[in-house]
Write a protein that binds this ligand. Sequence first.
Ligand code: ATP
Length: 349
Amino acid sequence: MFNYAFLGTLRRCIDKKIAVLTSGGDAPGMNACLRSIVLAANHYSISVLGFEHGYNGLINNEFIELSYAAINQGIHLGGTLLKSARCEKFHLPSYVELAANHLNALDIDALIVIGGDGSFRGLQVLSQIWNKPVIGVPGTIDNDLFGTDYTIGFHTAVETVVGAIDKIRDTADALERIFLVDVMGQHSGFIALQASIACGAEFAMYPESKLSEHQEIEEIIAHIEAARKLHEKNSFIMVLTENHPIGNAQQVADMLTKQIGIECRPCILGHIQRGGTPCAQDRVLATKLGACAVDSLVSGKNKMMVGEVKNEIVLTSLTDTYEKKKQLDIALFAIQHQLFDLVNELNSD
Ligand code: ATP
């Protein structure tokens, strides 16, 4: 468990310099986190350099000074002031070494990376050759990191998906159509589960569903038929995670249209899920984790991710964040399946 005891201390770290970067997919709340890191660092008299474009910034030595004035206005902005990026070169040891050399040349004392599991794999690799403390902050809409109940950006992404599906519902109702809504979460169904419950989707498929392709198609058809028996003229909305093994939204829509003879429409939400103003919950989480990341460094922590579990700040080793599998909320999963089954039960009464 995290120890808050030193938060209020007047410990000063004069002449210390930390670096921060945002990596992987951007997530709403990253700017709030950067602001908090700068504020907390200023509290300890630590200066902050921000590297741009993820790990590319370390390789290309692209950085800016992050002053309080530069960062203070951004708490409500989506995206990331530092830009984010994937960086293929960082998989090659020679580029990791180049990044370490640039950090050394600038006398950087520690590095904070805001990103997802891939970014933490990269940070772990860097920490094997760069002998200074590193801390990860979970920033990804996917929420798929072990060691934190929620990642920065997840709640905003769910709100965006719910807002979009509510709009799709209006037109689906008017036209009495079946819609398949494709959402992000190729490896985990956190967004699909929460959003499909929040908007009352009639069915949802995500990686944790664990049905065979044949079973899933049969189950979807059974649900559509049961739902239409109950409310013949109603819409039917199914949420589906991207790149699902059963097929993408277009392929599944085509398959269903052919098998049940009713036109099914795909709707791929794509990158709108990453954008937009961060919701209050993400801003608060980002502010908390940003400050705790700096506090962790000041108290001598290394190779850890700072997260929040059951309202407590916890530190988890970087390797555990991506090697251990974070499970979906089992109770929520069970409730959803009971709701799906209810339609069939009502039909058999
Ligand atoms: P998101 O969840 O939004 O996709 P992410 O951090 O998981 O975010 P990735 O594209 O998986 O996004 O990883 C971001 C970057 O981290 C990669 O582009 C690469 O630069 C670095 N990275 C990932 N895995 C490794 C690795 N094994 N070794 C070195 N660097 C890595």
